[in-house]
Design a protein around this ligand. Structure first.
Ligand code: GDP
Ligand code: MN
Length: 376
């Protein structure tokens, strides 16, 4: 679950990190009122993408009237395909130094890795490409956590201010505390700022929480509503489906993540463009099939649909029955090819005979058949 900056900063604040005391606004008037309380402010678009600064989504305003105008421009703005509905209004910072600090889950080493750079700010992605040695990486042993000497060594290597090492070290340990307390996959501060008057400030927050751990963070559920970037993601989560939008025109539904991924590969290899990933899981009831088909077909770009079912515990005849019921309960506006294999496949295929579903014997055939049907 991706968090907005203001939400990430709430978590950071709860572990004692030095976060500016900002407030969220959804209208220019609200932004002006907040600026009236805070003075000179920075107004920041709350969307789930990086590079807001470069896209014009981070602007300073000196007066409430200017805050109103700036917020008016940022609210409703499109940043990399996402619409801005909220802005964070914070006291503007007199930035002297910008560092990068992040802790990220690294699958290869099965560790969290602390990453630091003294070249923080809006160009950190470029730094990662052109000057990777300017980013210090240190694996964190989960048995020991983030030890002081590791923190200080990393800060020295990264060229962090010696004069501010105590405050900076506290921030890095706080960042690790937040990461572990809230089961984050990623917790990042860019920029971590030293101001003209020598304060260390967490100026930005990027946090991604492991969905699989959400059951033990019920207090974070209010964040859920704002974590979806589009209507389809929201629907899928609400209905317990694993749906990923891929942008092509061939819908894909299967049982089992591996089987579905394989189907996507075969469709792509045969020159097709998958519209989505959708795993209906073990259940094969009509309800589940209707939900899955409704989901996939709500994407107007979908011109054809592949069902790829491998019967193990799931029985193909049950899936077939579910599909027939689905056809009675909903309008299916595109051709659908079905590959059934495994437990009770003959019975399943028999049931589908004479229906609107087109049986195929293999995934390869499914991929070529659906393109044929779409072409006519
Ligand atoms: P991002 O571009 O989406 O990562 O948004 P950031 O919160 O990192 O802001 C981008 C840049 O805005 C920062 O790197 C700063 O250089 C610049 N900036 C200028 N004034 C301020 C300020 O008062 N506060 C913050 N947070 N950033 C500022
Ligand atoms: Mn940033």
């Amino acid at each position: 679950m991706k968090l907005h900056e203001y939400q990430g900063k709430e978590l950071f604040r709860s572990v004692g990190l030095p976060v500016p005391n900002g407030e969220v606004a959804t209208t220019p008037d609200q932004a002006a009122a907040i600026a009236g309380r805070l003075g000179r402010v920075v107004i920041k678009a709350q969307v789930h993408v990086g590079g807001r600064g470069k896209a014009g989504g981070v602007k300073v305003a000196a007066t409430p009237e200017e805050a109103r105008q700036v917020a008016g421009r940022i609210l409703g703005m499109d940043i990399k395909g996402l619409t801005v509905h909220k802005v964070l209004v914070e006291p503007a910072l007199d930035i002297q130094t910008e560092y990068y600090a992040g802790i990220v889950n690294d699958r290869a080493s099965k560790r969290f890795i602390l990453m630091l750079s003294s070249m923080g700010g809006v160009d950190i992605e470029d730094v990662a490409h052109t000057n990777p040695e300017a980013i210090i990486r240190l694996p964190i042993d989960p048995a020991y956590g983030l030890l002081d000497f590791v923190v200080y060594q990393a800060m020295r290597e990264a060229g962090f201010s010696e004069a501010k090492s105590r405050e900076l070290g506290r921030v890095l340990k706080g960042l690790y505390e937040a990461l572990t307390r809230y089961d984050c996959l990623l917790a990042e501060i860019n920029p971590l700022v030293i101001t003209g008057d020598g304060r260390v400030v967490v100026a930005d927050a990027k946090v991604d929480i492991d969905d699989n751990a959400l059951f033990r963070h019920r207090d974070l559920l209010p964040y859920r509503e704002e974590s979806f970037d589009n209507e389809m993601d929201r629907q899928a989560t609400e209905q317990g489906l694993t749906y990923v939008h891929l942008g092509g025109d061939i819908g894909v539904i299967g049982n089992g993540a591996g089987l579905v991924m394989n189907t996507l590969d075969v469709v792509t290899a045969s020159g097709g463009k998958p519209a989505n990933f959708l795993d209906i899981g073990g259940g094969a009831q009509a309800d589940q099939v209707v939900k899955a088909m409704t989901m996939v077909l709500s994407d107007a770009a979908v011109k054809g649909l592949i069902f790829n079912i491998f019967g193990g515990i799931t029985r193909c005849d049950e899936v077939a029955r579910g599909m027939l019921q689905a056809a009675e309960r909903m309008e299916i506006r595109v051709p659908v090819v079905v590959r059934l294999a495994g437990t009770q496949e003959e019975a399943g295929s028999e049931l589908l005979q004479g229906s609107r579903y087109v049986p195929v014997a293999s995934v390869q055939e499914a991929a070529s058949k659906i393109q044929e049907l779409i072409a006519v």
